[in-house]
Ligand binder design. Structure first.
Ligand SMILES: Cc1cc2nc3c(=O)[nH]c(=O)nc-3n(C[C@H](O)[C@H](O)[C@H](O)COP(=O)(O)OP(=O)(O)OC[C@H]3O[C@@H](n4cnc5c(N)ncnc54)[C@H](O)[C@@H]3O)c2cc1C
Length: 493
């Protein structure tokens, strides 16, 4: 006999936690099944010698009233349970290449004003950029958040097939302006020629108004979401890897877990990577062509990360999030693209634990596949040496901007796409699930719904990745599941 629920959510990452709240708040009996021993997915943290490090949370934007993250967190009744700490108003995210630097302010209007002051000869290009960004964001309902309007899907707007590079080339001849705007393709883990301009625009704009961090990082956000779910009666079961979905009459009937348990429900939400879920459904219930197409889609790049406990704070980087690029490292083997450096203790201030930095760059899993079958912490000396070489290159790059770095370091830890694959089961350890690149858009992408009427997909592989994007996907999927039309109106202003 299987236990029966109104809803079974597969995955207790950020997406699954948000889905569980949105469905439980309507009175549904919700069960969340998570393969790991703890919730959070990419919002997990780890602790070494009393220092806590964040795995997949550096910053989020849109935390002002009326903006998407704030409205969604307030609707979930989670806003009052977290402490959002704004980044410096005039330098939230700084991009640097060699001696050139540009600091993006934390609000959109301040960025627009600063851009006009920095590039006085580019008024026309900047006015065009602002108009285009506002058009895209105003057309997407979860960004515009205004009631009583007709909305299109952003990928149905003009230019939806263009990359950021396609957009920037005719916009301006100024190489540094192009590069500053191009840096932000980091938000989707893609280069400017790969990132769809429309999606990029949504992700880029969402980081303003106001760029913030949650005090206590991804763990604090996870705890707040889980506490709200528990308050609404959501049940959580850990160590439950869903590995089979039984279907009949175009419906999922029950899920099986590797622990040998079965759970039946009226509705199932796959809040994890879609590929393992599709593999867990027999071919007679999903069109094989569709299944093959999704299974063949490219994954997003994974992350190589370093986590350093410091003897004292890194004063030359401070509370700003810094993106660094170095042409020499870009041509190294393997190439190192942009490195993002965050100093959480500097941002969160006193009482936020030991001084530390977290730095990441993107890398496909290819150079690591030879160790893919080896368990975490047992991948051997060759893997450790390869990882160490990458860490040294990242430290060298950071040290060119923060010369005191090496003398401040107490201990360094690191991770690769294999680490993320191990803990979250995201295929190839991809930071954003299925790659959101220009060639994988439109009806080609996995959608909220398949042929199976009561199975819904959500999470960062669906419409938008990142924290704000994943929240939006969860609200969008739950809007479809609830079907009462009140969710959007409850969040909109
Ligand atoms: C290094 C890094 C840095 C990042 N930095 C930022 C940032 O600064 N700002 C930002 O906006 N975004 C950032 N992101 C992206 C953001 O963290 C993710 O987009 C988001 O957390 C994804 O949430 P999710 O719930 O969709 O997926 P996940 O976090 O992957 O959650 C899926 C959950 O499902 C579970 N699961 C998987 N398969 C099964 C199964 N078969 N049965 C049961 N459970 C299963 C997993 O264990 C996991 O808990 C970063 C990501 C990384 C990796």
């Amino acid at each position: 006999m299987s236990d029966t629920y109104d809803v079974v959510v597969i995955g207790a990452g950020m997406s699954g936690l948000v889905d569980a709240i949105l469905l439980a708040e309507t009175g549904r009996r919700v069960l969340v099944l998570e393969q790991h021993t703890i919730p959070g997915g990419y919002l997990q943290q780890f602790r070494r010698k009393k220092t806590t490090f964040d795995v997949g949370f550096h910053y989020m934007g849109s935390t002002e009233p009326g903006r998407p993250m704030r409205q969604m967190l307030e609707h979930l009744r989670v806003w009052s349970r977290i402490d959002c700490v704004p980044f410096p108003a005039d330098a939230a995210i700084e991009v640097r290449r060699g001696d050139c630097a540009f600091a993006f302010p934390a609000t959109w209007q301040a960025f627009v004003d600063k851009a006009h002051a920095t590039w006085p000869g580019e008024h026309h290009a900047l006015a065009q950029l602002v108009a285009d960004v506002e058009r895209v964001c105003g057309a997407y309902k979860w960004f515009a958040l205004r009631k009583g309007r007709e909305y299109a899907h952003p990928m149905e707007l003009g230019l939806s097939g263009a990359s950021l590079q396609d957009y920037l080339e005719p916009l301006t001849d100024d190489p540094w302006l192009r590069e500053v705007l191009g840096f932000q393709s980091f938000n989707l883990g893609l280069f400017p020629h790969e990132v769809p301009w429309v999606k990029h625009t949504l992700a880029f704009r969402s980081n303003f108004d106001t760029t913030s961090r949650v005090r206590g990082g991804g763990g604090a956000l996870t705890d707040a979401l889980r506490a709200r779910g528990t308050e609404l009666g959501v049940e959580f079961r850990f160590d439950q890897l869903v590995d089979r979905l039984d279907c009949a009459d175009r419906r999922v009937v029950e899920v099986h877990t590797a622990a040998g348990e079965r759970f039946a429900a009226d509705t199932f939400v796959a809040a994890c990577h879609p590929k393992p879920i599709l593999r867990a459904i027999s071919d007679q219930h999903v069109r094989p062509l569709f299944k093959d197409r999704i299974l063949e889609m490219r994954e997003s790049r994974g992350a190589v990360q370093l986590f350093a406990r410091l003897r004292e704070p890194l004063r030359s980087l401070g509370a700003t999030c810094v993106m660094l690029r170095d042409p020499a490292q870009e041509h190294g083997d393997p190439p190192l693209s942009t490195v993002l450096v965050t100093c959480p203790s500097a941002i969160e201030g006193e009482g936020s634990g030991d001084a530390r930095i977290e730095a990441m760059t993107y890398m496909h899993i290819d150079p690591f596949v030879r160790w893919i079958d080896r368990p975490v912490l047992k991948r051997g000396a060759e893997y450790e040496a390869f990882k160490q070489r990458l860490v040294e290159r990242m430290l060298d790059l950071i040290a060119t901007h923060a010369p005191e770095l090496r003398s401040c370091i107490d201990q360094v830890y690191s991770s690769t796409p294999l680490t993320d694959l191990w803990y979250t089961r995201n295929e190839q350890g991809g930071v954003f699930g299925i790659s959101h690149d220009v060639s994988q858009q439109g009806s080609e992408r996995p959608m909220i719904r398949l042929r199976l009427k009561n199975l819904f997909f959500t999470g960062h592989s669906i419409t938008m990745p990142g924290i704000c994007g994943t929240f939006i996907n969860a609200f969008d999927s739950c809007d479809a599941i609830r079907g009462d039309g009140v969710l959007f109106d409850a969040v909109a202003v």
